[in-house]
Design a protein around this ligand. Structure first.
Ligand code: G6P
Length: 612
């Protein structure tokens, strides 16, 4: 949610900033802007809309200079416009700031500043920070930033620059993420690592409550209270290839195609050969699992968006494979629901980015109520990863498309491993059952690959879906979770209304909306409820709906009721969500493509929602 970059070094700052913003555009694309320091002043260029509008402006009027800051915005306060675009400056134009997050008390600050004669030029909360920094500046930008943020409340990251201190940028992290990239005689700042992977893989994470002072020689860190912080840099394993489209038309399509590899990577090292043959799960990376898993009497899963759907799958996995009662709750609901979380329970917070504000808050709440916290996340060093007692990483690599695909599959793989491990440790699964599931897991990359071998059918069906006004997604049990994810994918990128519901619920109201030609996407892989599913589909067919089913390749009966069937290879039913999601991702992708939508950057959305 909003992306920040900063640069100090020998290169053209404009070039580095624009390239960084291009990588961060998935965090917001309502406007973009850069500020570059040169010859004792700071020049700002900004434009409403996507980064290309800013690039066009910069082509006409390039900014010279070797240090600067940049921003790509997801609007929270004030409509998307040139005026509200960052960077924001103080009245003199000497101080410039970019900001990610929300300044909660900005109204009070604004009226205080107005009382001193400051005239505001935007409707943003950010502008107060520029004026505050300027008002308290006394020759040291770091101190001015410290004073300014001491007066602001909320979760945000702030980066400031002034023409009075060329070659120096000051950043502060009050919850919202920030990393420093270390180069040779040049230093970078960014909301996340992909922004600057073209230049460096050596990073320092700025922790919550810290200030970073960045120059061409590196960065120094200190706490808001002024205590120096020593932190060793680490080397990121991601490389810049993983943030390029590599010949695909969209990041989403590329990421869909990466899924076989992602499944294999997330499984990697977590299945160990068993001396008696076959494989068993090995999660030695978790210190928590070295405790007594029998002590876990309840799991609370919390997440938002696609990660929540992974949680819905997880609930069934933990209950079925490990016999642990499990609740799954949207993080923004859990936070305000006075949940009966007790000691001995485990909170599993799922988040691709590890930065979703609501998920972090719910995870903290669960922990404060006495549960231990396990993070299932894709981003090493993310806030969630750092706060959790234990982390199970999904090794999906950077996900750029706003609509999540490969990160979702990796979450499901992580949960499957954990549920199987717990099941065996708690005596719910015997070794034979564990080995069978482990073998199924190992076969998944190949099976996912085979689904991707037939793009024709989803492409053709997309033509039909693109004409629809509403599409219903149904399923029972685990298939319902897949239906939820399928509906979300479709609506977020095609803008067609889509609704998921348990198949048995359709006749309690929504069937009234099903008429001739209404598309109904039925996920039908769960064998224990298959006969019920087929009966339900007959009812839908009787209303002349067009039924598109996702089913196993050897399911003969489904073809008798469905108009079209997207086939997936057979696997254990508990693992089928991992495969069944793939054709639905493709359906969503090709439908959105047909409609000419902005697939990687759908309107109004952002990849990482770091505000509440
Ligand atoms: C946003 C994204 C979704 C994502 C959700 C949770 O809404 O657009 O794709 O599922 O945030 O993000 P997280 O990083 O916590 O998984």
């Amino acid at each position: 949610m909003c992306g920040i970059v900063g640069y100090v070094g020998p290169r053209s700052a404009q070039e580095v900033l624009v390239r960084g913003l291009r990588r961060l555009e998935y965090r917001g694309y309502d406007s973009a802007g850069v500020a570059v320091a040169h010859n004792g002043s700071v020049a700002v260029s900004k434009a409403e809309g996507k980064l290309d509008r800013l690039v066009a402006r910069l082509e006409e009027a390039p900014l010279q200079g070797r240090s600067g800051i940049g921003h790509t915005r997801w609007a929270t306060h004030g409509v998307p416009s040139d005026r509200n675009a960052h960077p924001h400056t103080d009245t003199t134009g000497d101080f410039v700031v970019v900001h990610n997050g929300i300044v909660e008390n900005y109204r009070e600050l604004r009226s205080e500043l107005q009382d001193t004669g400051v005239r505001f030029r935007s409707e943003t909360d950010t502008e107060v920070l520029a004026h505050l920094v300027a008002a308290v500046y006394d020759g040291d930008l770091k101190e001015a930033v410290r004073d300014a943020i001491a007066r602001a409340s909320g979760a945000f990251a702030l980066v400031a620059m002034t023409c009075h201190e060329p070659g120096r940028i000051v950043a502060a992290r009050m919850i919202s993420p920030l990393v420093v990239g270390l180069g040779d005689g040049e230093t970078f700042l960014a909301s996340d690592m992909p922004a600057v992977l073209d230049y460096t893989r050596r990073f320092l994470i700025v922790e919550d409550g810290e200030i970073a002072v960045v120059t061409g020689d590196g960065a120094t860190l200190e706490t808001i209270e002024g205590e120096a912080v020593e932190r060793s840099p680490f080397t990121a394993h991601w490389d810049s290839d993983s943030v390029q489209k590599s010949g695909f038309d969209h990041f989403m399509l590329k990421e869909i195609h990466e899924q076989p590899e992602v499944i294999a990577r997330t499984l990697g090292g977590r299945l160990r050969e068993h001396p008696g043959g076959g494989a068993e799960t090995a999660l030695d990376e978790l210190s928590w699992v070295r405790g007594d898993p029998a002590d876990v009497d309840k799991i609370w899963i919390t997440a938002c968006g696609t990660a929540y759907h992974a949680g819905v799958v997880g609930r069934t996995l933990f209950e079925r494979l490990a016999a642990i009662p499990t609740e799954v709750a949207y993080a923004h609901e859990l936070r305000y629901s006075n949940p009966l979380i007790r000691e001995g329970s485990l909170a599993l917070a799922i988040s691709q980015s590890g930065e979703t504000a609501d998920t972090l808050a719910a995870a903290r709440l669960a922990r404060s109520e006495g549960s231990s916290l396990l993070a299932l996340t894709n981003v090493v060093g993310s806030s969630l990863a750092r706060e959790a007692d234990d982390v199970l990483y999904t090794w999906a690599g950077p996900e750029i498309s706003v609509a999540s695909t490969k990160a979702y599959l990796a979450m499901l793989v992580g949960e499957s491993l954990l549920a199987i491990w717990l099941g065996r440790a708690r005596g719910v699964l015997d070794t034979g059952a564990e080995r069978e599931l482990a073998a199924e897991l190992r076969a998944l990359p190949g099976k996912a690959e085979s689904i991707l071998g037939d793009l024709d059918k989803p492409r053709r069906l997309a033509a039909e879906l693109a004409r629809a006004g509403s599409i219903y997604f149904i399923g029972r049990g685990l298939d319902y979770a897949t239906a939820m994810e399928g509906a979300l994918k479709l609506k977020e990128i095609s803008y067609i209304h889509a609704e998921a519901m348990p198949a048995g619920e359709l006749k309690h109201g929504t069937l009234a909306l099903v008429t001739e030609g209404t598309p109904v996407v039925a996920v039908a892989t769960q064998q224990d409820v298959q006969s019920k599913m087929l009966l339900g589909l007959q009812e839908v067919k009787a209303r002349r709906a067009t039924v598109i089913a996702v089913a196993y390749e050897d399911d003969d009966e489904i073809g008798l009721v469905a108009d079209h069937v997207l086939r997936i290879p057979r696997t254990a039913d508990v693992l089928s969500p991992i495969l069944a999601a793939v054709p639905l991702q493709l359906l969503a992708y090709y439908t959105a493509r047909r409609l000419g939508r902005d697939i990687d950057q759908p309107r109004n959305l952002a990849k990482s929602v770091t505000v509440e």
